[in-house]
Design a protein around this ligand. Structure first.
Ligand code: NAD
Length: 354
């Protein structure tokens, strides 16, 4: 075994069906009394349910959380949170709402408890991506990491099947890139393999039977592990491409990850034989071929294969390639402009990865 550095991030995790009911006790345990709730316009009813669980003891609710954490929305939310004199923010939702909680917390120092309802994994990372003037920038700071994570499977039961599938593949993407990260280590490899296995086994069940609580629980467990991978080691080409595409062309996050992942993996494949072996072990029906295993999984999930379906224009491909190769993240294979443009073109058109 080669030498390595492993940094664990502190988090209190409460996991299980119905654990949302423990939030009042958690708030008191932390010594707080004025929670400020965050959600998207689509998840107001879940925030209202939490307000009832808190016996209406809330400082306020902000319901305008938005994809890719636009800074103008954050400013409004910070003003509302500060004016409410809250002492804790509680984000209830997917990566967009958690991003807003992080953005408020890093600006104000207010404690952040989060209740994730997708599989994106942001809740266990010290990373914040924000969008301003059409560009997404990402920063990492230990103070961004939420202090407490409440994983209640019941809140994921309403996640639409298509978003469950793509959000799950978004989580898998974190684990995939962790397996070939420059600062990877054996502990993160274990989490990555276990996370991919849990998601690859549960997502096809969810697509067939969205009400399967067992499958939803397994998916949430896998998402937690994959999110931990994202928070612990550096990401490479795949995440850079998705940030570029999502932030610049306002493409949906989970769907973009799902389309790009096989292409990014195929691009890096010649340089990552060990990672491919580990990934293949975690993917059912792969027969030792990780890309085949991933293709089988996405076919079972019936996901969209081309970015053009989400409104990306053909003339945007070249601009996307320019941005993707500027300030590239470390990557196991050299990032070559023409090959990247071809990768993006194939992902745009919905062609097979190669
Ligand atoms: P999202 O939070 O944008 O949610 C998508 C939609 O689904 C929203 O309308 C939301 O309200 C709805 N939704 C979420 N959970 C639901 C549920 N259980 N039932 C019904 N509707 C539900 O989607 P996402 O993919 O979780 O997050 C994407 C955002 O998170 C992006 O901005 C991305 O950059 C960010 N992200 C950040 C990190 C990080 O570590 N910083 C990690 C992953 C994602």
């Amino acid at each position: 075994m080669t030498s390595f550095v492993y940094t664990a991030h502190p988090a209190r995790v409460i996991f299980g069906s119905g654990v949302i009911n423990r939030i009042p006790e958690e708030v008191s345990r932390l010594g707080f009394s004025r929670p400020f709730l965050l959600c998207t316009p689509q998840q107001v009813s879940q925030a209202e349910d939490l307000k009832r669980i808190l016996k209406d003891n809330v400082a306020g609710i902000f319901t305008q959380a938005t994809m890719h954490t636009p800074v103008d929305i954050t400013k409004k939310a910070v003003d509302a949170a500060v004016a409410s004199k809250c002492d804790i923010v509680i984000s209830i939702g997917g990566g967009s709402t958690i991003g807003l909680g992080k953005a408020i917390s890093i600006r104000t120092g207010i404690y952040h408890l989060t209740v994730p309802t997708t599989y994106a994994g942001s809740e266990v990372t010290p990373i914040l991506g924000e969008t301003e003037d059409g560009r997404k920038t990402t920063k990492s700071d230990p103070r961004i990491l939420p202090g407490t994570v409440v994983y209640d499977v019941d809140l994921t039961m309403s996640l639409p099947t298509s978003l469950s599938a793509t959000s799950g593949v978004n989580a898998i993407a974190h684990a995939v890139e962790a397996l070939y990260a420059q600062n990877g280590n054996p502990i993160i490899d274990l989490l990555a393999q276990e996370g991919v296995k849990a998601l690859a086994e549960s997502l096809p069940v969810i697509v067939k039977d969205p009400k399967s609580k067992d499958a939803r629980t397994k998916a949430q467990y896998g998402a937690w592990l994959c999110g931990t991978c994202l928070g612990s080691v550096g990401m490479s080409l795949h995440h850079k491409l998705c940030h570029t595409l999502g932030g610049t062309f306002n493409l949906p996050h989970a769907e973009t990850h799902t389309i790009v992942l096989p292409h990014a993996l195929a691009y890096n494949a010649p340089k990552i034989p060990k990672a491919l072996e580990k990934l293949a072990e975690a993917l059912p029906e792969s027969d030792g071929d990780a890309i085949k295993g991933l293709n089988i999984l996405t076919s079972k999930l019936g996901v969209e294969k081309g970015l053009k379906a989400y409104g990306m224009k053909e003339e945007d491909i070249s601009k996307a390639a320019d941005i993707a190769v500027s300030n590239p993240y470390w990557n196991p294979r050299e990032v070559e402009r023409s090959a990247i443009e071809e990768l993006i073109r194939r992902a745009w058109a919905g062609e097979d990865a190669r």
